[in-house]
Design a binder for this molecule. Structure first.
Ligand code: CA
Length: 265
């Protein structure tokens, strides 16, 4: 199965267009731009975009992908929460007015579950109380529509920079992962990981000591691409060779026919 990506044909717009900025009409039409082959490793920070208006989502998606970001999109709050909980994202760009689950509630539920991924809220609600409400629900940053897409990217970069190892408390005891530098930390050693390995470890640490199913690990690492489970086992073998093999005690364990988990003795 191939992963089809939805985007906008035409030049990237520096401003959001369509209903939010009627002075600048949308250019092009929504269409399928390209298909990525299964298992393709795409570089760049990974952003989850939760936005129900397709013209806005397509503009943001197109703009960020042209600048090397990898964008996953959900068009309602419930599926956005589920994808955010699966982990592996460097930031979440979150609309507030969403079907099925409001953006504020999504952010609160994400924080209640202990997820620290940076969240940038997008909304047309522009009073001070609205902004304070957003921060009270766990937002890291807040932008009022309409806004310049270049500013959105600058804010994402700033959020990414701020996510230093000291901002990310070690999870899983002696084993920690810093998504900002794609580095695992164990017993004083820094271990650079590939993006795929980092995503897998990030999810395993977030859920430790619970077992994470093969299917969820596949989604977290490869997104919506259908990848053979053998590719997952290969990545996990390489990950364990890096973060377990040089040390006395293995922390990553395979649960036969179910998944993997991190267990700290
Ligand atoms: Ca909306």
């Amino acid at each position: 199965m191939q992963r089809l990506r939805l985007g906008r044909v035409g030049d990237a717009q520096p401003w959001l267009s369509g209903s939010l900025n009627p002075g600048r009409p949308a250019r092009g039409t929504l269409c399928i731009l390209e298909a990525s082959p299964p298992g393709m490793h795409r570089p760049g920070p990974r952003v989850l975009l939760v936005e129900d208006q397709h013209d806005i989502a397509a503009n943001i998606w197109d703009f960020l992908e042209r600048r090397g970001y990898e964008v996953d999109h959900c068009a309602d709050g419930a599926s956005g929460l589920q994808r955010a909980r699966e982990g592996g994202f460097d930031a979440v760009v979150l609309d507030l007015g969403l079907p099925r689950l409001d953006g504020l509630d999504l952010c609160r539920l994400l924080r209640d579950a202990g997820h620290g991924v940076p969240v940038l809220m997008l909304t047309a609600r522009d009073t001070l109380d609205d902004k304070l409400l957003g921060f009270a629900h766990g937002a890291d940053d807040y932008m009022v529509k309409p806004f310049a897409l270049r500013e959105l990217e600058a804010r994402l970069r700033a959020l990414h920079r701020r996510r230093t190892p000291t901002d990310t408390p070690p999870r899983g005891g002696p084993l920690a992962y810093d998504a900002g530098t794609m580095t695992a930390h164990r017993e004083g050693r820094s271990i650079p990981l590939t993006r795929l390995q980092g995503r897998l470890l990030d999810v395993l640490l977030a859920e430790a000591p619970r077992v994470v199913a093969h299917e969820r690990l596949l989604r977290a690492a490869w997104g919506n691409d259908a990848v053979d489970i053998a590719a997952l086992h290969t990545q996990m073998y390489e990950l364990r060779a890096l973060v377990d093999k040089p040390f006395d005690c293995p922390l990553i364990h395979s649960v036969r026919r179910v998944g993997y988990r991190v267990v700290v003795p």
